[in-house]
Write a protein that binds this ligand. Structure first.
Ligand code: G6P
Length: 481
C-alpha cells in the first residue's frame, strides 16, 4: 500500500529505496562502470534497502515484474529494457541528448521527439514496476539524468512518500539548457521531488539561475526554490568515496600482486596513470596531446616514463563514442610511432575494464594520476587515486578544474585541460615534486576524503530529504502535472 503525504513518516530508520538507471549488484564479478554504481552501492551497503533499475540486459518482452534477489542488506529489483527502449531511452534521449547537453556539448546533443516520448514512457513504466514494492514510510532516492521525470510519474500514481533526486552529472548554465526542446517540461518535473541535489555549488547556481530566468521562480533562504506551483529544496551534496576501504584495497594480496607485475614490466620508469570510461567528456585526445607535448618539451622523459591509459568500453551503440575511440587510438598510435624506441613505448593504451582491486594496485604504483576531463560532475577516479597512495611515498594528482572534484581537492595540481602546455608543465612538476611536498599535499586531500566520505554523503542527503519532506508537507499543494 502506498502512503499519502500525511502518512509518510520521516522518522529515522525509514527504508531507503534507491532508483537508478543501472543497477550493479555487489555480486557482479565485472568491474563497476562509472562513479554512480560504486557510490550507490557503497551508500546502500551501510544502510541496507532496495536498489531498483535496469538490469543491463535487453530482452524482446521484458517481464512486467522486476527480478528480485537479496545480498547482505540490499534487495536488488531489476528489469530488462526492450530493444526499442534501449535504443530510444538509453542510447537515444539519455545518452545522445541529455548526456552531451549536461556536459556542455551542445554541438553533440541531438533531439529527437520520438526518443523523448520513449524516455517519458520508460520513466512511467519503471515507476509502475516499482510501485507495488513501496511502503508508506519509504524514503525514495532517484539518481541521475535518465530518471528526471520518475517522481512525477510516482506522484501521479499517488505516492506521497519523500522523494529526492541527485544529479551525478553537471547541470549546465541556463543558456545551454534552453536549447533543449521541451526544457521547461523536463525542469518542471524536478518539482515533483522534495529535494534536488547536485554535485557542486556551480550546478546549484545554474539551476537557480534557470528557475529565476526561465520559470519566473522564487529563490528563498536555505535553498528553497518555488516554481510551477511547488516548492522544493535544492542543494549541493558532493559525492565521496569510502576512502579507508579503497586504501585497504590497495593492500590486498591481489592489488599487491598486480602492482608488482606492473612495476616489473615498467622496470624503473615512472608511471603516469589515467582511468576513464571511453567518453568525449573525459578529454582524452587533449590529454594525449598534452603528453606528447611533455615528451617534446621535456625530452628527459623519453625512455623514462609511461602513460598507462586504461579506457574501458562504454555506450558502444552511440556513434559519438565510436568516434572518440577511433580518435584516441589514432593519437596513441601516432605518439607511440613518433617517440617509441625498440625497448620503450610511451603509451600503453588499454581498452578494457579492470576491477577496483586491481586498479587500486595500479594507482599505488603510479607516480602521477592524470584526471583531465573537459567537464565532469565529480570524478571518483581522482579520489580513488589519492586514497590508494602510499602515505610515505605518495604520487601526485593532476586534476582538471572542470571536474567537480577540483572544488574539494585543491591540493592537487589544478589544470585547464584545454591548455595543453599547462598540463604538460603540471605533469613535469608532478614528476619532479619533492617528497615533503607530495606528502603534505596528499595528507590534506586524504584527510578531506575521509571527512567527506560516501557515508557522509548518504547521511547528509537522506537527512536533508527527511527534513525537506517534513517542511514542505503542505496538503494544499499537489504534485506537478
Ligand atoms: C556516469 C553516469 C552514470 C552511469 C555511468 C556509466 O557516471 O553519471 O549514470 O551509470 O556513467 O555509464 P552507463 O551508461 O554504462 O551506465
Amino acid at each position: 500500500m502506498v502512503g499519502s503525504k500525511t502518512q509518510a513518516t520521516t522518522k529515522r530508520g525509514s527504508r531507503l529505496v534507491v532508483v537508478s538507471n543501472r543497477v550493479t549488484p555487489v555480486t557482479a564479478r565485472k568491474a563497476l562502470a562509472g562513479g554512480l554504481a560504486a557510490g550507490v552501492l557503497a551508500a546502500l551497503r551501510d544502510s541496507g534497502g532496495i536498489w531498483f533499475g535496469w538490469s543491463g540486459a535487453v530482452s524482446e518482452r521484458p517481464a512486467s515484474e522486476p527480478a528480485a534477489h537479496s545480498h547482505d542488506k540490499i534487495t536488488y529489483l531489476t528489469t530488462d529494457l526492450s530493444p526499442r527502449e534501449f535504443e530510444e531511452y538509453y542510447n537515444g534521449f539519455s545518452n545522445r541528448t541529455l548526456w552531451p547537453l549536461f556536459h556542455y556539448r551542445l554541438d553533440l546533443s541531438v533531439f529527437d521527439r520520438v526518443q523523448y516520448e520513449t524516455y517519458l514512457r520508460v520513466n512511467r513504466h519503471l515507476a509502475s514496476r516499482l510501485l507495488p514494492y513501496l511502503e508508506s514510510d519509504d524514503l525514495i532516492w532517484v539518481h541521475d539524468y535518465h530518471l528526471i521525470p520518475f517522481a512525477e510519474e510516482l506522484r501521479k500514481m499517488g505516492v506521497g512518500a519523500p522523494i529526492g533526486f541527485f544529479l551525478h552529472t553537471p547541470l549546465p548554465p541556463a543558456d545551454l539548457l534552453v536549447a533543449l526542446p521541451r526544457h521547461d517540461k523536463l525542469l518542471r518535473s524536478l518539482f515533483a521531488y522534495d529535494l534536488v541535489g547536485f554535485q557542486t555549488d556551480n550546478d546549484v547556481r545554474n539551476f537557480r539561475d534557470y528557475i529565476q530566468r526561465e520559470a519566473n521562480g522564487r529563490l528563498g533562504e536555505d535553498g528553497l526554490c518555488t516554481a510551477f506551483g511547488r516548492t522544493i529544496r535544492v542543494g549541493a551534496f558532493p559525492i565521496g568515496i569510502d576512502a579507508d576501504d579503497f586504501a585497504a584495497l590497495a593492500d590486498t594480496p591481489e592489488a599487491v600482486r598486480q602492482r608488482r607485475i606492473l612495476e616489473k614490466s615498467v622496470v624503473a620508469r615512472d608511471v603516469i596513470i589515467g582511468v576513464d570510461r571511453t567518453d568525449y567528456s573525459k578529454g582524452l585526445p587533449s590529454r594525449l596531446k598534452a603528453f606528447e607535448l611533455l615528451l617534446e618539451n621535456y625530452p628527459v622523459n623519453r625512455g623514462r616514463v609511461h602513460l598507462l591509459q586504461i579506457t574501458p568500453p562504454s555506450r558502444e551503440h552511440v556513434p559519438e563514442y565510436g568516434e572518440i575511440l577511433a580518435e584516441i587510438e589514432g593519437l596513441s598510435g601516432h605518439i607511440n610511432g613518433r617517440f617509441a624506441e625498440f625497448d620503450w613505448v610511451p603509451i600503453r593504451f588499454i581498452h578494457k575494464a579492470y576491477n577496483r582491486r586491481i586498479l587500486s594496485g595500479f594507482f599505488r604504483a603510479s607516480r602521477v594520476g592524470l584526471v583531465t576531463p573537459l567537464r565532469d560532475g565529480m570524478n571518483m577516479v581522482a579520489k580513488e587515486y589519492v586514497a590508494a597512495q602510499d602515505p610515505d611515498d605518495p604520487g601526485v594528482l593532476v586534476l582538471s578544474r572542470f571536474a567537480g572534484a577540483a572544488r574539494q581537492m585543491d591540493r592537487a595540481l589544478i589544470v585547464n585541460p584545454y591548455d595543453l602546455s599547462q598540463v604538460a608543465d603540471a605533469i613535469q612538476e608532478a614528476l619532479e615534486m619533492p617528497l615533503d611536498e607530495r606528502r603534505s599535499r596528499w595528507r590534506a586531500m586524504m584527510d578531506d576524503l575521509k571527512r567527506n566520505d560516501i557515508e557522509r554523503w548518504r547521511a547528509s542527503f537522506v537527512e536533508a530529504l527527511q527534513s525537506a519532506s517534513a517542511e514542505l508537507d503542505r496538503p494544499e499543494e499537489t504534485a506537478a502535472e
